[in-house]
Design a protein around this ligand. Structure first.
Ligand code: PLP
Length: 406
């Protein structure tokens, strides 16, 4: 991977923050956008801004071709069988809520079980809590091991023939744990349940093959994978999506509307009520082109090297606690002695280094870790060892600053 060429593609990285060159280590919250994506969105608004699937005029046809072209790029990217299985949503959150409401209300009832894990993002907890409350189903958790992983034995014990839905993250946004999706899918299916994968931290960082994983639903967000905000994807198996009711009703998603009844368009459009996020989808298509051109395998390898390097350097810092397993995706969550993560992030920010601090939308996991908050450094294809050196230096500066707590 030509790291200089990659970095050159991201205008935002070439600036000073608080008098220091920016080190951006918050890509798990949202990634930066390459010029290819920014230009593609600008081209749409400058050159062919128009609604899709409506007019017969030239601009409208152009916009529709680009919008549907982006869908095909997503299909290829996640190895789905058909573009009918690719629904554009506002993001991971909307995608998971769509399944919880549409599939959940139809297929889950009293006495049934929904199985998740304590490492989930709030977006993959609350929709299931709400579904359980609305239907009388029970929400069950696969326990975590001390290192923040799950055991398949525990999945076997937790998932029963009463389980209707298993939902878990591909990659934990706090621990970096990579879950064994294929194996969990097999256990879910053996018990007659469907599996939803929260791929918010998976799709940006690894080759995702939804057919190989055999997951029923896979949700992810464009903004974490070099695309714009406001666009995400719900992948679903066609056989399931076909049976599901839309959750939003209005323009775009209908076939015929009568005074007292209506019928829906076929997949995927029946789930895309209203004017879609056209520029967002087109931008996501450009992001996929960009990531594909750099090469997902190269990105994975680059992140792996960064993680190894970061871990080694961070281990030199006295008073540092790193959370999560040895084998992890491209992020490291930690605490530095008794320094509150917000204080730590503030000192780092003064050095031009952006990290995340807080509960990371994972309060149950914070409780499990027995902390109120943590700091997190997350890496992506544009980060370098120099970024990590600056970050570790920043940790040392923080220690000096808060010297009395050590
Ligand atoms: N799931 C995980 C694991 C995440 O990290 C995030 C975002 O941080 C989400 C879900 C929610 O994504 P969005 O806010 O884009 O809907």
């Amino acid at each position: 991977m030509d790291i200089k060429a990659v970095r050159d593609a991201f205008p935002i990285l070439h600036q000073e923050v608080n008098g220091h060159p920016l080190v951006y280590l918050d890509s798990s919250a949202t990634s930066q956008k390459p010029v290819q994506v920014i230009d593609k969105i600008s081209e749409y608004y400058r050159g062919y801004n128009s609604n899709v699937h409506r007019g017969v005029h030239t601009l409208g046809t152009h916009a529709t071709d680009e919008y549907e072209g982006a869908r095909e790029k997503v299909r290829k990217f996640i190895h789905a069988n058909s573009t009918q299985e690719v629904i554009f949503t506002r993001g991971t959150t909307t995608a998971i809520n769509t399944v919880a409401v549409s599939y959940g209300r139809e297929n889950v009832g009293e006495g049934d079980e929904i199985v998740i894990t304590p490492m989930e993002h709030h977006s993959n907890i609350i929709p299931w809590q709400q579904l359980a409350k609305a239907t009388g189903a029970t929400l069950k958790y696969v326990p975590l091991q001390a290192d923040g992983t799950i055991l398949l034995d525990d999945v076997e014990k937790t998932v029963t023939e009463n389980t209707k839905i298993v939902a878990l993250a591909h990659v934990s946004n706090v621990l970096g744990t990579i879950n064994p999706i294929k194996e969990v899918a097999a256990i879910a299916h053996k018990n007659g349940a469907v599996i939803l994968v929260d791929g918010a931290q998976g799709a940006p960082h690894m080759n995702v093959d939804v057919q190989d994983l055999d997951c029923d639903f896979y949700a992810f967000s464009g903004h974490k994978m070099c695309g714009p905000t406001g666009i995400g994807v719900l992948y679903g198996k066609k056989s399931l999506l076909n049976e599901m009711e839309p959750v939003e009703f209005g323009g775009e998603m209908i076939d015929f509307v009568n005074l007292y009844d209506s019928t829906w368009k076929e997949l995927p459009w029946k789930f895309e009520g209203g004017t879609p996020v056209i520029a967002g989808a087109i931008g996501l298509g450009a992001a996929i082109d960009f990531l594909t051109e750099v090469g997902l395998d190269q990105i994975v390898e680059h992140e792996h090297k960064l993680i190894e390097y970061a871990r080694k350097q961070m281990e030199q810092v006295e008073g540092l606690t790193i959370y999560g397993p040895e084998k992890r995706a491209g992020l490291i969550t930690f605490n530095l002695s008794d320094v509150h993560p917000h204080d730590l992030a503030t000192v780092l920010d003064a050095e031009g280094i952006a990290v995340r601090a807080g509960h990371h939308c994972a309060q149950p996991l914070m409780k499990w870790l027995e902390v109120s908050a943590t700091a997190r450094a997350s890496f992506y294809l544009y980060n370098t060892e120099e970024d990590i050196d600056r970050f570790v230096q920043g940790l040392q500066t923080t220690k000096e600053y808060f010297g009395d707590v050590f």
